[in-house]
Design a protein around this ligand. Structure first.
Ligand code: SME
Length: 161
């Protein structure tokens, strides 16, 4: 099946190996849901200290829950609401040190303390989805996580549309 190996020794090796693995996964199948599902599983397996990782797809003026790993989550988020809705509406990455002080944060899993949301752009540069990573640790995500996950989503985007 797949033949990748992930060196989790540092964030540098982790994200570099995850990018190689993701490109191998994405070359196997063109369906967007399959690609998001495997991406969520890959990240959930190898990125430490997460309580949730998954996708919300941009459908008209809402974000609709897509493939994810973790506890059940809210299904529909209006553009501009919460961390995910803000990322989708502004097109800007949201790296939140403490979700409890983020205005309008939507709490699906009360164990979440910090959050990273990255807009995902397709071939025409349009925002198709966001990925949401949540951690029970305050300040879990730093610039290496932002850059590493951004590279991953740049690789995934063209496979979503
Ligand atoms: N915390 C997110 C909502 C999504 S879930 O918690 C999985 C937000 O504020 O947008």
């Amino acid at each position: 099946m797949f033949s990748f190996s992930i060196n989790t020794g540092s964030k540098k090796t982790l994200y570099s190996d995850l990018l190689v693995a993701l490109k191998e996964l994405l070359s196997e199948e063109g369906d967007p849901v399959a690609n998001m599902a495997n991406t969520a599983a890959l990240l959930w397996t190898y990125i430490p200290d997460l309580n949730w990782v998954g996708f919300y797809q941009a459908i008209r003026s809402y974000l609709i829950l897509g493939p994810f790993q973790g506890k059940v989550a809210c299904v529909k988020i209006p553009y501009g609401r919460g961390v995910c809705g803000t990322a989708a509406a502004t097109g800007r990455i949201q790296c939140v040190r403490d979700v409890h002080v983020y205005p309008g944060h939507i709490s699906c899993d009360p164990s979440a303390a910090s959050e990273l949301v990255i807009p995902i752009r397709g071939r025409q540069n349009q925002i198709l989805a966001v990925i949401d990573l949540e951690s029970p640790t305050m300040g879990r995500f730093d610039t290496e996580d932002v850059e590493g996950c951004s590279r991953l989503m740049e690789a995934l985007g063209p496979f979503l549309g």
